[in-house]
Write a new protein. Structure first.
Length: 193
């Protein structure tokens, strides 16, 4: 097994359980099962993607001052399709493979060490506490004179899912998650104590 905390390939599962989530488009993402909880006869799972999630942002700079440049997260599927081959090529130069996974873009391969000067901090607007998220720059590229950056979050992306009656793993809807969130958080904290 490699020196990382988790095996590099899904089939190397010595003591690590892996499941697959599939989205409405038929794309899939392999995830480690971090926690398996039972609540009122239903099984809930806390999942961590096997490959590293990434985000692509477009940079809009209005002049010379880099501090005033604005980053816009690219979420539109058509725009991702438009720039995907360029993003994939620039990551391939670092031995990283960009994938159109379910629910997020991911990269397979060893991420570079975090460079403190290459961290993007994003303020979360819908957070009451003024939280922020930090992202590591993996690569920059231009597509038709527009600058883009590919970033990996420094905090892990976790999915909450449940097993349906057929035994398939499904992502919780935002409504289901909000309804169950306090209970799931309590159970997770109890297990950590």
């Amino acid at each position: 097994m490699s020196s990382s905390q988790f095996p590099q390939e899904p089939w190397q599962t010595d003591d690590v359980s892996i499941t697959t989530l599939t989205d409405e488009s038929g794309r899939s993402i392999n995830c480690y099962i971090e926690k398996d909880l039972e609540v009122d006869g239903s099984q809930y799972l806390l999942l961590l993607p096997v490959d590293s999630p990434v985000a692509i942002v477009a940079w809009d700079d209005d002049g010379e001052d880099e501090e005033l440049a604005q980053a816009t997260l690219i979420e539109d599927e058509t725009e991702i399709d438009w720039i995907f081959s360029d993003a994939k090529a620039v990551l391939a130069e670092q031995n990283l493979t960009l994938n159109r996974s379910a629910f997020t873009l991911t990269v397979a391969g060893q991420l570079p060490e975090v460079d403190e000067e290459e961290i993007l901090t994003v303020e979360i607007e819908d957070s009451m506490e003024g939280n922020s998220e930090e992202f590591q720059l993996l690569a920059s590229f231009y597509h038709q004179q527009q600058e883009y950056g590919i970033y990996a979050p420094l905090d892990p992306l976790l999915f909450f899912a449940h097993r349906n009656r057929q035994g398939q793993v499904e992502l919780l809807s935002p409504e289901e998650f909000q309804k169950l969130r306090p209970l799931l958080e309590d159970l997770l904290f109890e297990e950590l104590d």
